[in-house]
Design a protein around this ligand. Structure first.
Ligand code: SF4
Length: 374
């Protein structure tokens, strides 16, 4: 049994129709629930909920403050490789794009890590495309082992692996796994992933579960917003997160909100998501999932990011480079996408403080897992 068995019970178009049929009374009912159901989630994602956005924002704010306090945890991505054998139509690293390919050596990755550490970060996200013949699991294990002394927490956002490969990463200090389904819409998934291993929808969908079995402390989900209708994506994303929370209760679950950004290949989002719609999605998922970390990256512009700080987001990236080697040699390699918030980490931390929140550079240490604390 996996989440695939759950999602198979639904039809994408029926879910959309159901969401669109919800009334203001349904939304009021959902907002009044102490423990909203998946049926309530449909109401919170509906066009009718747009009129209650202020009320949803207030509820999301209250829940987040109760569960997390007034904090924003900060992390930085480290791009290790832009090699990729897949042809995702929306991505700058698509195998068909004529860009210069580069994979950092573990020592070069360590130099990048030192730069990131010097900016204040202690939470790191290791990122790469999918080219296991050139960049195998052992490479990530070796690189993580080198970086381990610099960071209290490391996650990977790389290609889906088998459980035993993930165990190798866990053994070498990686404690988090981030894997976006990209889109839960099967037809759209097939269309935007025309070639490569990534065509395998089921293999990707079951990835967080293999990660849970391997013992990752954090499991991160997301849908790439702009590929298909955001209301249905948010519904399935919410179901997926709740499924993992129940099945892998030892792991902390997070949800990210990546909106499509310009990249090499110039893909135009088929279903663009407005700022207001993204706020509705964030607040609806916060109300459904009070204990789930919600993540916003530098894909979003400064004004929007600042606005979202009190509305449910608990973790953000800052000062990001999205090309391999970007912290030590900026602009020498092709970036995966253009970032929209170019403020330095310290500048952004100051904005967080001005809003009455505490920027958190470190909230975890591997020593907690080793039983060295009294
Ligand atoms: S999204 Fe990932 S798998 Fe797809 S082309 Fe880009 S780097 Fe490769």
């Amino acid at each position: 049994m996996s989440f695939y068995d759950t999602i198979r019970e639904y039809d994408w178009n029926d879910v959309l129709k159901e969401i669109e049929s919800r009334t203001p009374a349904d939304v009021e009912k959902a907002l009044g629930e102490a423990m909203p159901s998946s049926d309530d989630l449909m109401s919170l994602l509906s066009p009718a909920a747009d009129k209650c956005l202020e009320e949803m924002a207030q509820k999301a704010h209250r829940i987040t403050e109760q569960r997390f306090g007034k904090i924003i945890s900060l992390f930085a991505p480290l791009y290790l490789s832009n090699e990729c054998t897949n042809q995702c139509v929306y991505c700058g690293f698509n195998a068909c794009n004529a860009i210069e390919r580069r994979t950092l050596t573990p020592q070069e990755a360590f130099e990048e890590g030192k730069k990131i550490h010097g900016l204040g970060f202690r939470h790191l996200l290791l990122v790469s495309g999918e080219a296991p013949a050139l960049v195998p699991p052992q490479y990530f294990a070796q690189t993580a082992r080198l970086l381990r002394p610099l960071f209290s927490s490391m996650a990977v956002e790389v290609y889906p692996m088998a459980t035993e490969e993930y165990s190798l990463l866990v053994d070498n200090g990686v404690d988090g796994l981030v894997i976006y389904q990209e889109t839960y819409n099967r037809d759209c998934y097939d269309k935007v992933h025309p070639a490569g291993k990534k065509r395998d929808y089921l293999w990707r969908m079951e990835t967080p579960e293999r990660g849970g079995r391997a013992g990752f402390r954090r499991l991160g989900l997301g849908a790439l917003l702009g590929l298909s209708d955001w209301r249905a994506e948010a519904f399935f994303l919410g179901l997926h997160a709740r499924y993992l929370l129940r099945k892998y209760w030892m792991s902390h679950v997070t949800v990210s909100f990546p909106r499509l950004r310009p990249a090499a290949g110039a893909y135009e989002p088929a279903k663009p998501v407005s700022d207001r719609e993204l706020v509705q999605m964030v607040t609806a998922l916060r109300i459904l999932l009070p204990d789930v970390g919600l993540i916003l990256s530098t894909r979003e512009n400064p004004h929007f990011r600042d606005h979202l700080i009190p509305l449910g987001i608990t973790s953000m990236s800052a000062g990001s480079r999205t090309e391999p080697g970007g912290y030590t040699h900026a602009h020498e390699a092709e970036a995966q996408f253009q970032i929209a918030d170019e403020r330095s980490p310290e500048e952004f931390a100051e904005v967080i403080r001005q809003k009455g929140y505490e920027p958190v550079w470190k909230d975890w240490d591997a020593v907690f897992m080793e039983g060295d604390v009294a």
